[in-house]
Design a protein. Structure first.
Length: 265
């Protein structure tokens, strides 16, 4: 039961984080980047803070593991990683709908003046109109996509950073099972891993995305160009969650090895 709960929470977190690209697109479309980035940053903060409750649930699951049950916990962790991929995939499929809603969200934010006012009961009741904005993804759009013009290094970086961020906590927790003598050291490494992933994202990805966004504001076809960019970023993020399945066990072994080295000091 707890595995299912963690899977749902993980899927929602990755769905929300990936959907932030549509909020940025709304800013490009309305030429209100500062407002859209403010909303996207707040949404990302809420989503990543939710990882705290996820970590508590994961810790409880690891505490209940008996000796000889390593195989079952590996399967559970892989299902959780899979839920991250599913959440990201759902965000990609719903991108047309989210891209339609994001300009309305930005306009409403300007009227209300703050996120707290935006979450009032009156605005929440307006969610009943959301079905009228649902848009189906079109295969023809995907067929017209070409990777030319999108920085390959940016996509590869996004894949790597996403894979590290996705598997960081799980690999650290599994390392604590592999080496109970240094379990605390292994678990504490999760914060370092996620911190490194966040730094890489800030240093290597954010400047590129900001530059592309500024160019899009100048060009007449900027919104369509950024749609293409954001779709590729979401696809690379999806690939990153799948690559995390490959990194999971090697990362756990590496964390175990490093924890033992630190224990010798």
């Amino acid at each position: 039961m707890i595995v299912v709960l963690i899977m749902v929470l993980t899927g929602v977190i990755h769905f929300v984080e990936t959907s932030c690209y549509s909020i940025r697109f709304g800013g490009v479309k309305l030429k209100k980047i500062a407002v859209s980035l403010s909303i996207a940053s707040a949404v990302l903060l809420i989503a990543r803070t939710s990882n705290l409750s996820q970590s508590m649930l994961l810790g409880n699951m690891v505490d209940s593991v008996d000796e000889g049950m390593e195989g079952s916990i590996v399967l559970s962790f892989r299902l959780i990683l899979l839920s991250a991929s599913i959440g990201t995939l759902i965000s990609i499929v719903t991108y047309p709908t989210m891209a339609k809603l994001s300009p309305l969200l930005i306009k409403r934010f300007e009227i209300e003046g703050s996120l707290m006012n935006l979450m009032t009961l009156t605005n929440i009741k307006k969610l009943r109109y959301v079905p009228s904005y649902i848009r189906k993804p079109r295969i023809t759009v995907m067929q017209r996509l070409r990777i030319g013009g999108i920085p390959k290094r940016m996509m590869l970086t996004n894949i790597f950073v996403t894979s590290v961020y996705t598997t960081g906590v799980l690999s650290a927790l599994y390392a604590s099972i592999l080496d109970p003598a240094h379990s605390t050291t292994s678990i504490m490494s999760a914060g370092i891993i996620n911190g490194v992933a966040t730094i890489l994202f800030t240093l290597c990805l954010d400047p590129h995305i900001a530059l592309l966004t500024e160019r899009a504001l100048i060009e007449d076809t900027g919104s369509s160009a950024m749609t293409r960019t954001y779709i590729f970023l979401m696809i690379s993020r999806l690939i990153g969650t799948l690559v995390s399945q490959i990194f999971f066990l090697p990362a756990a072994v590496l964390i175990t090895y490093i924890s033992k080295l630190i224990g010798v000091l």
